[in-house]
Design a protein around this ligand. Sequence first.
Ligand code: GRF
Length: 222
Amino acid sequence: MLPNHEALRLTPHAMGGGYVAPRAGSPSDPLRTAVLISGGGSGLASLLRHQSTKPRSHRTTLVISESTEAGGLDHGRAAGIKTVGIPIPEGPSRRREHEKLIQRELEAEGIELVVLSGYMRILTPEFVSVWKGRLVNIHPSLLPDFPGAHAHRDALEAGVTVSGCTVHLVDEGVDSGHILEQRRVPVLSDDTEKTLQERIKAVEHELYPLALDRLSNGDYSF
Ligand code: GRF
């Protein structure tokens, strides 16, 4: 019989705010991780590099995009990972139907942790409730500042001299879940959305693999 704290680390368990943490992974039994993308997938590429340099407690076993055209799908394919584009179906309840198709893939692959890495669709509370605590997002600002799809533009318009990036658990709101990691990035006087985005991305690419290491090792307490 395992001591209680060990048992808690090995099985999903309830945390404050309705989050249910993943089991603790290990290099020999890594958390099966799905990465959801919408675009170029530079974050996915950085995660795959991180996972390929040595065994981690998480391993990407599925890549999903809502389009068959997303450039980032190539990173998954090149790594020999199951990679699927799931287009949004037609019909009145297409948002939920789309999520059900995603959920089916996640279950078929035995996924234990889902990472939104530049995934541009807002998930329904129904989907979030299934994954809450095992659903991670990377956002290019210091949340709670500048949530939403235009974080760089909003930061520049606000005239801040420091922005950054946030890795957080997803809840039912938009970019509002429990924060796991944040890192500051300077905003320069001549920054454009593009230059600020690139500078922040470079930091994201270090921060979010590290956050996944910590989450899958059971290092966070909530
Ligand atoms: C990143 O800046 C991330 O913070 C945001 O979307 C961007 C994804 O970029 N959520 P990429 O597709 O990984 O290059």
